[in-house]
Ligand binder design. Structure first.
Ligand SMILES: [Zn+2]
Length: 127
């Protein structure tokens, strides 16, 4: 993700920053954010801006551009979504596939075949 600050983001961020720094007026904060050429994604840029706002040594919104408030880039989080190998359904928080659960309740799938490849024809051939 490399989303940058846009004007709307800057206005929204300025409201939050102004709540933390009552002495900084939102238009001044928006102007300062517009001058900042963040090579950070928006989460990192907001974090840096809030760090600047929290520092009493930063007396004006111009501090939003100071490098010292930037944190080292963080590797993006990889979100893995577990899916049922048979249905492709996203598993519930209990690790259940809704389609498998429906089949189990309907008596079309054994309980132990939850979230597993299951072929009723192959099961019958083995029995
Ligand atoms: Zn399933």
């Amino acid at each position: 993700m490399q989303e940058k600050f846009g004007q709307i983001d800057a206005i929204d961020a300025a409201k939050i920053i102004a709540r933390h720094r009552p002495g900084w007026d939102p238009p001044g904060i928006v102007a300062a954010l517009a001058k900042v050429r963040y090579d950070l994604d928006i989460a990192q840029a907001l974090t840096a801006a809030l760090r600047a706002a929290a520092d009493p040594a930063a007396t004006t919104p111009a501090a939003l551009a100071w490098d010292k408030y930037r944190a080292a880039p963080v590797a993006p989080t990889v979100l893995t979504i577990e899916r049922c190998p048979q249905h492709g359904s996203r598993l519930t928080s209990l690790g259940h596939c809704p389609a498998c659960r429906s089949e189990i309740l309907a008596g079309q799938r054994p309980r132990q075949a939850m979230c597993k490849q299951y072929d009723p024809e192959a099961e019958r051939a083995e029995a």
